[in-house]
Design a protein around this ligand. Structure first.
Ligand SMILES: [Cu+2]
Length: 295
């Protein structure tokens, strides 16, 4: 026959493991199973937007990997707490232990976190390097933050005038089937599967050129030219916003990037920066997760 203490230990362990596993599954389902958008947010979405560049694919992978670690640690600590609360409650354990040191446990709880941090550090350093080190780029774009809009120039193309990208008001956005506060009156146009170097700067205060699906968030600082890059692997329109609290119309600095086929881009350039067909202009309905038509 088992003593009551043994029985308590087993029950506490079973409950603790059940709660730990439940916590882990709940965190993973809630944390990684969220609604996501492509190129723009979706209603009720809280997860990262779908990746349209290799950098964002890696960012998502590292984020998910870290999320597994976080969920595991949270679930493990939760299970330990539950176990302690049941197993060592006063009724089941009237005479408390006076243990104050346990060398083996202290070694384990020092080394285990160090190993976990190493597991996380290696892929995140690789990612940082991948984001930061520009590959050989095929074209360059200069993005300038103004008060209050973004303007773009193509330094290599003399026939393309500066694109000044102003937000649409609610009525215009609706009419054009673009998301309000993300849609602009003049989009940045780039070809698909092309390494694009982006030079980011600002006129008079700090902004941040951010496109979630591209995994880009680059500060625009007056007097400094920051550079970043992206390679969009799918066509469509991808939206972003200024992500630096820059002033009164910070919310009013949307970013709209239209990724078109290489042939369409060549036609757009040959046509001095104008689309020859309305289909490409409205690429927005092809690549985005949620379109006006679906709403
Ligand atoms: Cu700004």
């Amino acid at each position: 026959m088992k003593s009551p203490t043994n029985k308590t230990t087993i029950i506490a362990a079973i409950i603790a493991v059940a709660i730990g596993v439940g916590t882990f599954v709940a965190l993973i389902v809630l944390g990684l199973g969220g609604e996501r958008g492509m190129g723009q947010p979706v209603d009720g979405g809280y997860f990262l937007q779908d990746a349209a560049t290799p950098v964002m694919e890696d960012l998502t992978t590292v984020h998910n990997m870290v999320f597994y670690w976080i969920s595991g640690i949270t679930a493990f600590v939760m299970a330990l707490m539950v176990y302690i609360m049941i197993r060592f409650r006063e009724k089941a354990n009237p005479v408390p232990s006076k243990t104050s040191h346990n060398t083996a446990i202290e070694v384990v709880w020092t080394i285990a976190p160090v190993l976990i941090l190493l597991f996380i550090a290696v892929p995140s350093m690789q990612l940082l390097y991948f984001q930061d080190k520009l590959p050989e780029t095929d074209m360059t774009i200069k993005a300038v933050g103004n008060t209050w809009n973004w303007s773009y120039t193509y330094p290599d193309l003399e026939n393309i005038e500066e694109i000044i990208s102003n937000p649409l008001d609610e009525v215009q956005a609706k009419a054009q089937g673009k998301p309000y506060l993300l849609g602009t009156d003049a989009q940045l146009v780039v070809p698909v599967d092309t390494n694009v170097k982006v030079l980011v700067t600002s006129i008079n205060n700090m902004h941040s050129w951010t496109v979630p699906s591209f995994g880009i968030k680059m500060d625009a600082v007056p007097g400094i030219i920051n550079e970043t890059w992206f390679r969009a692997t799918r066509e469509g329109v991808f939206y972003g916003q200024c992500s630096e609290i820059c002033g009164i119309k910070h919310y009013y600095m949307p970013i709209e990037v239209n990724v078109v086929s290489k042939a369409e881009y060549a036609r757009w350039v040959a046509n001095d920066g104008a689309f020859t067909s309305s289909v490409a202009q409205n690429n927005t309905l092809m690549g985005s997760g949620q379109t006006a038509a679906q709403k």
